[in-house]
Design a protein around this ligand. Sequence first.
Ligand code: KL2
Length: 456
Amino acid sequence: MERSPTTSGRSKRESPSLVEQTHRRKRRRIVTVESEIHVHENRYEISSSSSRRWGSSSHCNDERQRRRSKTEFVDSYRKWVFSPHDCSRYKDRVVIVSYNILGVENALKHPYLYHQVRPQFLNWDWRKKLIRKELNHYKPDILCFQEVDHFSDLADLLQKDGFKGVYKVRTGKANDGCAVFWKEELFTLLHQESIEFQKFSLSDNVAQLCVLKMVNSHSDSNRCANSQIPQSTPSRSILVVNIHVLYNPKRGDIKLGQVRLLLERAHAISQEWGNIPVVIAGDLNSMPQSPIYQFLASSSLDILLHDRRKISGQIEHERGSRPLTAQLEDAHSDQVPISKLLAYRWSEEELRLAAGCDGVTQLQHHLKLSSAYTGIPGSYHTRDNCGEPLATSYHSKFMGTVDYIWHSQGLLPVGVVETLPVNILRETRGLPSEKWGSDHLALVCELAFVDDSRVT
Ligand code: KL2
């Protein structure tokens, strides 16, 4: 297996200068127009084998066997990498994909982002087949898409692979939206709802929240075999949340408001259904170093400490400028008046949008979230210091990470599919390409239910 066994193992092997270089390269915006389109060789290996990860008798207990079979299927760079911990006792698992598939209209509306891309590779009929083929390599159970503007096309294709889906289109002028699909033989949809952020004056974006129940989970089998377990014991259900956050880099107030509202609703639904585990997948249009990321990861955020225009981290800081929290530390030691540093003043309306009510400047959410990729060690060619991918999106104006799969404490990441190394991404001269059907990469993770005490 081509993976480092632990995060600490990885950092020991890395020379600091290499890490620095990678990060510097990541931050640099892609502005050069490269003349020739070069696409690396398609190295998919297709196999007819189809081992299931969970289910009844066909469950594969041999972790190594399962890992080997997975690495055979995917691209030579996009390989499965696995947790260093022994996860073999966690039988109920689910493979989840988050994929911004690039809306057909969006690609037409922003041609300057794709001027290096051969027109054929922007063609939807080409891209949808590529996307389907790619997804089949990952053997996913649940799919969360963003920028879907040909839902029926996608639903028809994925139906052939056993998926059923629900769609929520944006409000306003744009015709794209979010879609969640699940393997019909493996899940039952118990509940679905969506959020139209427009109803809260938070722009035209939408989000989906779906409660999916596993059919034939191991917890079900255990319940049948053990009559002492009360019938009210919850079976394996999961709340799958899918969002495409507003793009506008300057409107951190609205972006934060969308994320805040989503987390509130996700927590409430999880509680209503018996504190079920939550997965939040999507394109957050926020970078890993951003306050929005901090909010998701740490569950709290002091709004006033941040500039609305820097909340998503999409706009590069001016040369030499430091995060406000670091500047505040300087201020305490150097006696610089703090009021001088807080150059950005939030208007009452902006604060209301971000916080959801008047007079609140400290945000708090009640889900304990981890980002799946940070739970699985990976190569420094693909990951930043925190373990997030270096890039999940690449076109002529941007290379960086905006897509995530977050999970609550009831779930443990077992494996993820590595993203593409930045040098390999650059070789494509910009996505989509001959091999990749969108300007985003699919994020793929396998999550295991860990709350055994309630079901065994
Ligand atoms: O960042 V994205 O791409 O998740 O990949 O989400 C939005 C942007 C998507 C839907 O609004 O369209 C893209 N410059 C670059 N990209 C843009 C712009 C823009 N001004 N407006 C929208 N998008």
